[in-house]
Structures are given as structure tokens and as C-alpha cells.
Ligand binder design. Structure first.
Ligand code: NA7
Length: 540
């Protein structure tokens, strides 16, 4: 990557994960000068940082890749049904090299501030390595799950063993052999890591606050026949994904869970469970995410599977998710997760019964007792969706900070732009469907749409684009109403900001579906970027 960065650029992109790299590709196509600043020591974003044992994508390999390069999607060979972190990182690196993107990526460099200057209508972007760059456009490709969250209990600094957050795993991995290891957290990261840590450690103790719903991946070597079928029709497969609800086409449900017999329901759930994917069971009926009684039927089905799998009834009881509707906290995919609790060297501590009190020199203390460990693994999640934006000192018109603007929760138009912050774009921002979708489908749509807008500005001699307050407000209302029609807002989840103490509690995702959202974005563009204020050149 280049060490000299020009002081004047057309665009600065923050983050070199899937979104930042693809944005760079599109900016180059538009003939713009751009640099990507990336805090990590390599490209990859989420897939660079999350190197914990077992890290894997919950979207099947054949659907978790870029569609913009038709030759690449034919050439690339995935080895498993679900792609592992090393394989995804290898893919991202390959994309960076194949399209010669690295020369415009500045690694190991964190953007600290971005301030809008009204006079020049440009952004001044600063980094922790002293860069000061003036750019027309600032694109935030910072990711939705990129600021790790600590376990609020005190004492981590006193612990004499080693500790690791799943999202900041050492590059050389960790040797846990002979060790007593603790894991705090049973979200996707914990659920993926636990079975492998159990294999590696002498003894593993899992500290669970909320039992989550975990479905089996049935992962394994990729089915070659399926690969050939998809490759033969990739454009159609991709297009169907773009127009679907969650970014992968699946036949839409037509009936309520409550209008079919129990027998039929169980058969349906069973068949979908055996597909081994995240949304199959949840998309069996129209009302699973909107009606509690309907949801209970699917939740009961999963709870029965847990009871069947876990030998010790007391342990099984603790592992049963209760108190939140299935799907309203991001469900997990696991490989041998529940089975792991049948091992003699794996223990489960239910923090609802005995809450975590502190981290001590020797280990962890709950309200009941102290546990001793050699290592602690924090799988405690992220300051999701807003954390990475707010980690940067962003100031728009009149010195308005994004932090003030979002003090009651994030606002923005289409999750792409924020009123008061001209020429600033938020890829997969709050208010977009991204976190409820196959991320890459959302990323490509956002980047393509932004690229279309930038080319429109250039073609019309315009210098700034900014969401209007009215459009932003209306979109926010729409996002909220769609959310309220579902069971999501009733659950404490990172979608609600509920996992971070003091964070405003709002449903931050758009649940209308990626297809519907895409159509809305297309309409907005077709109507001359309706809801955005476009202004003329600085000189003119
Ligand atoms: P998640 O899904 O936010 O999971 C974090 C887990 O850590 C969850 O079980 C939390 O329990 C638990 N947690 C967090 N803080 C604490 C404290 N202080 N004490 C005890 N337990 C705690 O993060 P992941 O990294 O697993 O997954 C993030 C997303 O990545 C996932 O949703 C997928 O989209 C991919 P809680 O549920 O808050 O009671």
C-alpha cells in the first residue's frame, strides 16, 4: 500500500472490508482519485479481525461473494457449504489483488476525524498517523459489527491469565492445550468458538447470560453438483437474491403458522431444519416474526431439538432460549454446539441464576462463587451499527457532530446519508436492511447506488448532495413502523442497542426487505434523487 497520500482527493473511504474495497473499485471506474484508510494491518474488515477458532459466515459460500465480477464468480472455488473465516479472507485478498486495489489502500491507519468545511464544501479527514486529507466525498465503510464490546463487569485488568476478545484474536492463534478456559457470551461468536475451544482446552466453562436459538449448519464439503447448477445460472441466482427479503432467494411463505395442523407444521419445520440454514425455519410461515403465538410454534420446535440433543436434562433446561421470540435476537448457526455440552470437560454457568460479579486475579466470580481459569475468551459482542460511525469525530454543517445528531438514536435517509452531513455516505448504515440480510448483497446495492449518485452529480455539474430533514424524518418513521409491526422491538438485542448500557433503544434496522428497499432506492434515484438536496458547483 502507498505511503504517500495526496492532500487533495475526490473521495476518502473509511474501511477496507467488502464495502470499502468495492467502493474503491467503483470510484476508480468513475475516474475519481480515492484512498481507503484501514485500521487493520490488512484488508478484510470483519473477516480480518474475527479470527477466533470456528469463525465462519452464516450465509452459504455460493451466496456470500461479490457479483460484480462474473469471471471471478465462475473461477472461485469454495470448499465448504459455509465459508470459514480464512477462506473468506483469502477471497477478499484475492479480489484486492485481482483488481489492483491495494495501491490505494492505506493500512494500519485509523481515521479519527472528518469535518465538513462549508466554504470549500469539502471534508477534511484526519488519521491517527497524521494524515490530513481534503476530499469532496467521504464514504464510511466502517461495518456494523466492528467495535468490540467489553463485558461490563469490573476487574479485567486484574486477571493474571490471558484474555481474548473473539473479534481481536491474535494472528498466531492461541494454544489452549492443558488450560482451563472460560467463554463469556453465547451469541454467534461464542456458539461458533465453543465446540472448538472444547476440543483444544483441558476444561471449558461457558458463562451464558441469554440462551440463544442455535440451528445446525450441517456444514461439510461443498456439494459439487449444487455448485455447477448455481454457476450455470449465477446471474439469475444473484438477481433473485437482490429482490428477495433477506438477500438470498427462498420461496416466500403464503400461510400463517396457525392455520395448519400441528403435524404439518412439525413436518415443515423438520424439513427446513434439515436444510441447515439461518432463515429456512423462520420463513416457513408468514407470521413467525410478527405473531407471538405463531413464533412459539417454531421456538418450541427448536427447544425440543435442544432437549433431544443435550443428555443432561438440567443442562438442557439452561440451554433453552426463553423470554425472547425466535429470530428477534440474531439466531445462530452452529456445528455441534449443543452436543458440546455432553462432554465431561465442558461446564455451563447460567448467569441468570448466578450473575457475573467481577473478574478476579484468578478468574471469574459470580454471585455464587469464584472460578479459576488460565484464559478467558470474551465473546461479548459489539457496539453494533452505530459504534464505528461514532468512534470517528464527524462534524457536518455548522459544526454539528454526528454524536449530537444521533444522541436519541441514529437517523438517516435510506441508511445512506444524514441531513446536515453533505457528501457523506454511510454504507450499510442504520435504517438500511443490511444487518438483516446477506451483507454482500446489501453492500453491492449501496455502493452501486452511491456510485450512480456521484456520477449524476458529476454529469450535472453539481457539488453537493445532502439528505433533506423531511425525507430523513419520513424514512425514520417508516423504518420504525415496519419494526413495530414485528416482534423485534420487544427483545433486548443489538438491533435495539440494548446490549450496550446507556445506548438509545431503537430498532435500527429496516425490516421491509432488501428487495423492497432496493426498489425504493431505485425510485428515489429515478425521481432525480428525491429527498436529497443537490447543489451547484462551488464556483458557480
Ligand atoms: P452477540 O450476538 O452480541 O453476543 C454477545 C454475547 O455475549 C451474548 O450472549 C451476550 O448476552 C453476552 N454478553 C455480553 N455482555 C455480557 C456481560 N457483560 N456478561 C455476560 N454476558 C454478556 O455478539 P457475537 O459476537 O456473538 O455476534 C455478533 C453478530 O455477528 C451476530 O449477531 C451475527 O450477526 C454475526 P446477552 O444476549 O446480551 O444477554
Amino acid at each position: 500500500s502507498s505511503s504517500t497520500v495526496p492532500t487533495e482527493l475526490d473521495a476518502v473511504v473509511v474501511g477496507a472490508g467488502f464495502s470499502g474495497l468495492y467502493m474503491l473499485y467503483r470510484l476508480r471506474e468513475l475516474g475519481m482519485s480515492a484512498r481507503v484508510f484501514e485500521a487493520g494491518d490488512d484488508v478484510g474488515g470483519t473477516w480480518y479481525w474475527n479470527r477466533y477458532p470456528g469463525a465462519r459466515c452464516d450465509v452459504e459460500s455460493m451466496h456470500y461473494s461479490f457479483s460484480f465480477d462474473p469471471e471471478l464468480e465462475q473461477e472461485w472455488e469454495w470448499t465448504e457449504k459455509y465459508p470459514s473465516q480464512p477462506e473468506i479472507l483469502a477471497y477478499i485478498r484475492h479480489v484486492a489483488e485481482r483488481h489492483d486495489l491495494r495501491r490505494d489502500v492505506v493500512l494500519s491507519t485509523r481515521v479519527t476525524a472528518a469535518h465538513f468545511d462549508e466554504g470549500s464544501r469539502r471534508w477534511t479527514v484526519r488519521t491517527d498517523r497524521g494524515h490530513v486529507v481534503s476530499a469532496r466525498y467521504c464514504v464510511l465503510a466502517v461495518g456494523c459489527l466492528s467495535v468490540p464490546k467489553a463485558p461490563e463487569v469490573p476487574g479485567l485488568e486484574n486477571f493474571r491469565g490471558s484474555w481474548y476478545h473473539t473479534s481481536q484474536w491474535p494472528e498466531d492463534d492461541v494454544d489452549f492445550s492443558g488450560q482451563r478456559v472460560a467463554v463469556i457470551g453465547t451469541g454467534s461468536s461464542g456458539i461458533q468458538a465453543i465446540p472448538i475451544l472444547a476440543e483444544r482446552a483441558a476444561e471449558l466453562t461457558v458463562f451464558q447470560r441469554t440462551a440463544n436459538f442455535c440451528l445446525p449448519t450441517f456444514n461439510g464439503p461443498i456439494d459439487r453438483e449444487m455448485v455447477s447448477e448455481i454457476k450455470a445460472t449465477y446471474p439469475e441466482v444473484r438477481e433473485a437474491g437482490r429482490n428477495s427479503g433477506f438477500g438470498i432467494a427462498i420461496e416466500a411463505p403464503t400461510r400463517s403458522a396457525l392455520e395448519v395442523s400441528e403435524d404439518e407444521r412439525l413436518r415443515t419445520y423438520e424439513e427446513r431444519w434439515n436444510r441447515g440454514n439461518l432463515t429456512g425455519v423462520l420463513q416457513a410461515y408468514t407470521d413467525l416474526l410478527t405473531d407471538q403465538a405463531a413464533n412459539d410454534t417454531a421456538a418450541d420446535f427448536v427447544r425440543d431439538r435442544i432437549r433431544e440433543t443435550v443428555t443432561d436434562p438440567a443442562t438442557a433446561e439452561k440451554l433453552l432460549p426463553r423470554g425472547h421470540a425466535f429470530g428477534t435476537k440474531r439466531p445462530c448457526l452452529g456445528t455441534g454446539y449443543y452436543e458440546t455440552f455432553n462432554r465431561d470437560d465442558v461446564h455451563l454457568v447460567d448467569l441468570r441464576e448466578t450473575p457475573l460479579v467481577e473478574i478476579t486475579e484468578r478468574g471469574l466470580r459470580t454471585s455464587e462463587r469464584e472460578y479459576e481459569f488460565d484464559s478467558i475468551v470474551l465473546a461479548t459482542g459489539f457496539d453494533a451499527m452505530t459504534g464505528a460511525f461514532l468512534a470517528i469525530d464527524i462534524r457536518g454543517r455548522d459544526g454539528l457532530t454526528l454524536r449530537e445528531k444521533w444522541s436519541q438514536g441514529p437517523v438517516g435517509y435510506l441508511g445512506l446519508g444524514v441531513a446536515g452531513f453533505p457528501n457523506l455516505f454511510t454504507i450499510t448504515g442504520p435504517g438500511s436492511p443490511s444487518v438483516l440480510s446477506n451483507m454482500i448483497v446489501s453492500i453491492e446495492q449501496h455502493v452501486d447506488w452511491i456510485a450512480g449518485l456521484l456520477s449524476h452529480l458529476d454529469a450535472n455539474g453539481l457539488s453537493t448532495v445532502e439528505a433533506s430533514e423531511a425525507a430523513e424524518k419520513e424514512w425514520g418513521e417508516h423504518v420504525r413502523e415496519c419494526g413495530e409491526a414485528t416482534l423485534y422491538p420487544k427483545t433486548d438485542s443489538w438491533y435495539m442497542g440494548a446490549n450496550v448500557p446507556g445506548k438509545p433503544r431503537v430498532f435500527m434496522a429496516y425490516i421491509g426487505g432488501v428487495g423492497v428497499y432496493r426498489e425504493k432506492c431505485r425510485e428515489v434515484a429515478g425521481n432525480g434523487y428525491e429527498g436529497f438536496v443537490l447543489q451547484g458547483s462551488v464556483a458557480g
